[in-house]
Design a protein around this ligand. Structure first.
Ligand code: SF4
Ligand code: SF4
Length: 164
């Protein structure tokens, strides 16, 4: 009985010290801001303001592997739908047909719903022609969800005798 009381007290102190340690860690991160101490003198800055009022950086200055909004170079797209199969959240709406004359797939509709996109990159990874890529565009805000659907399709197939 006595042992269990001692054990409980020890446990309580462990929890208390854990809490104090967490509090000190949290305060060491936030106190410099509270007292207007430049945190950059304490640690390396990794976050940038947005919109950035100071630097004149553009999207071209973003790292090469930036995962921006997904885009499709429709001329390279063969309408295989591998991207749609890989997408976990059903971002793609694709319609295509095989043209008799060229025996090639004509992708008339290729919509990407950016409002659903998780930027996981699975669609880009599986695209066999590399037509699908992450752009460096990241400003996708809109007033309604329909505006966040971007179309890359080629529209109606050309009339007979007018194939490209
Ligand atoms: S990046 Fe991921 S979520 Fe976005 S369209 Fe591609 S597979 Fe879908
Ligand atoms: S995986 Fe690539 S080639 Fe196939 S439909 Fe999607 S974008 Fe087009």
């Amino acid at each position: 009985m006595r042992t269990s009381i001692v054990g409980t007290i020890i446990k309580a102190f462990e929890i208390l010290f854990d809490g104090i340690r967490s509090l000190i860690q949290a305060l060491s991160a936030s106190l410099p801001y509270l007292f207007n101490v430049n945190p950059n003198t304490l640690r390396k800055e990794v976050t940038e303001q947005y919109p950035d009022p100071v630097s004149s950086r553009t999207v071209d200055d973003l790292p090469p592997r930036t995962k921006g909004l997904v885009q499709n170079d429709i001329d390279q797209c063969i309408g295989c739908r591998e991207c749609a199969k890989a997408c976990p959240v059903d971002c793609f709406t694709i319609e295509s047909e095989r043209l008799e004359e060229t025996q090639k797939e004509w992708v008339s509709l290729f919509d990407i719903d950016h409002s659903k996109c998780l930027f996981c990159g699975l669609c880009v990874d599986v695209c066999p022609t590399n037509s699908l890529t992450h752009s460096k565009r990241y400003e996708g805000a809109a007033f309604n969800r329909k505006e966040m659907v971007e179309g890359f399709g080629r529209g109606e197939p050309p009339r007979r005798g007018d194939y490209r």
